[in-house]
Ligand binder design. Sequence first.
Ligand SMILES: Cc1cc2nc3c(=O)[nH]c(=O)nc-3n(C[C@H](O)[C@H](O)[C@H](O)COP(=O)(O)OP(=O)(O)OC[C@H]3O[C@@H](n4cnc5c(N)ncnc54)[C@H](O)[C@@H]3O)c2cc1C
Ligand SMILES: Cc1cc2nc3c(=O)[nH]c(=O)nc-3n(C[C@H](O)[C@H](O)[C@H](O)COP(=O)(O)O)c2cc1C
Length: 577
Amino acid sequence: MLTGHKLKALQELIAASSKEEIAWINGYLTGLVGNGHSNGNGHAAASANGNGQSVTTTVKKVTLAFGTETGNAKKLATNLAAVAKKKGINARLIGLDQYKITDLPKEDYFFVVISTQGEGEPPLPAKKFYDYIHENQLSLPELKYSVLALGDTSYPLYCKTGEDVDARFNGFGAKRVVELQRCDVDYEADAQQWFEKVLQYLDTATSLAPTIVPTAAPIEKKAAGKKYYKGLVNTNINLNDRGSNKQTFHIEISSDEKVEYEPGDALAIIPENKKWVVEKILQLTGIDRELEIQTAKKTASVEQLLTKHLNICYLLSSAVKKYASITQQEIPDTRMDLVDLLRIYPVKNAEQFADVVKMLPAIAPRLYSISSSPNAHDGEVHLTVGKHSFQAKNEERFGLCSEFLGELPVGTAITFYIHKNRSFKLPAADKDIIMIGPGTGVAPFRSFLAERDSTGASGKNWFFFGEQHFTTDFLYQTELQNFVATGVLTNIDLAFSRDQADKIYVQHRMLQKAKELYSWIDNGAYIYISGTKDPMSKDVENALLLIIEEQGNKSKEDAVKYLEKMKDENRYEKDVY
Ligand SMILES: Cc1cc2nc3c(=O)[nH]c(=O)nc-3n(C[C@H](O)[C@H](O)[C@H](O)COP(=O)(O)OP(=O)(O)OC[C@H]3O[C@@H](n4cnc5c(N)ncnc54)[C@H](O)[C@@H]3O)c2cc1C
Ligand SMILES: Cc1cc2nc3c(=O)[nH]c(=O)nc-3n(C[C@H](O)[C@H](O)[C@H](O)COP(=O)(O)O)c2cc1C
């Protein structure tokens, strides 16, 4: 704290300064502190020349790297790079998938914006970078860095990737110049604050003339957490006909409150665990179902916790390890349902099980692309949910959330939140769009078409849809045919894979229409893919590359560059899972 003549001098300086000059002083001092310009006596070591310019700093290399899966981190890093440029800071913007890892020791300032995906994993394009910094011990004593971590507090491992990257750089001896900032799905205000700190730091650290230039937007007041909505299930029907191998539920949810979303966004929901499994656990452990337990996020009865809040399905091996430690048993490194653990490696007593309950992570939310349009379906949100099936222990099992949603009776109250997908958005009304969405991939395109229909958008619309059989699996057949009849859908191409001897998929239909498809693309059409990541989205991308190569008379490499450029222009977007 300042006292005596120093305080007086500061007060005099402030009294004699304009608002802008005070803002400048603020930025300058923040930069000095962030830059570590302090000597042993706590005095600022950097000096200012007669013009108020820092004389200790030189222009250095600033890199802004992003690791993203659904585009949020890229969008934020791009905004920051643009604002930095306006301030005269030449920041290099780069995706971590493109980043040459051997450049790290040559960096001066390295800022990372990165999300967490899967179960606490890095986004796929950042995996190589993430693995490298975890598998190698680097020495980066000169590097100054900071990390903006995107995540979702509803996941058990909140912002884990950002935390890991931050910890590794710290371990490499790099200097953290702005504290790690974690952001929930409503990340704007927190990200903006991190931006401000980074820019203020860079302002002083990299420029000879630190100036306070306003950033893109003023800092919004942060609301208390993300917005949860309460809704009622109005409709829940199976879109597949009798005899189909599939079950796809069309679910309509109404809410008294206006749900803020745009076509391309998803709805996030936390499923409940199956009642019979919870009963089995209560029976196996002998615990009192009414016993109140305090966990990291929630205090409630054991029954409530096991039903609505805690993950008991397919526990991560880290949770199995904790179980082994609490129950003091040797358990192989594996993933397992809690009920199976309890059967094979029983707890000693109810008290020991209470300790197990305390360490269980929360149930992770599941996302579903919204299939309604805010303009066409006022007061409602629609979902298109495929009942997910898989093999485990030699039997067919069903996914927790998709089964839970499929079984929700009309009238059930549910809680949800909106997951914004900023990189899967309709373009301007006059642009043409090509939508490729087999199976539940139809969901965002039903939203796109309804939105374009209700807003009278003039751009052309082409939809590729596929499923197993025409008679049982043509999801939203009547609606799509109506869109064709009214001219909203300019083209529709269908691929029913099992209606003939040879399997026909959407990518085959695309290749059959290669010439027309390329002419749309070359005329500026936007391409969207939605549905299964593997193998569908990869097969579709390969077909697109082939079409660009053959129809555009390009080499393979040029076709890849062409699609990359489309990606950069937001003309090639994916919503795949
Ligand atoms: C942006 C986005 C949009 C999406 N949009 C849609 C959409 O519009 N429609 C749609 O239907 N889906 C959509 N999804 C997928 C959806 O979020 C869920 O992933 C899907 O419904 C499966 O969830 P589940 O809870 O039913 O399955 P889970 O229970 O989570 O099971 C998933 C997988 O975990 C493994 N597993 C689980 N339990 C066990 C066990 N006991 N033993 C062994 N393995 C096990 C299996 O491999 C299984 O396949 C979307 C996903 C994303 C990220
Ligand atoms: C399938 C999936 C899994 C996710 N897993 C996590 C997680 O384990 N921890 C977390 O904090 N956030 C998790 N998230 C939330 C994302 O990090 C968050 O939505 C972020 O804004 C995405 O940024 P991106 O678009 O740059 O990838 C997950 C999101 C999805 C879609």
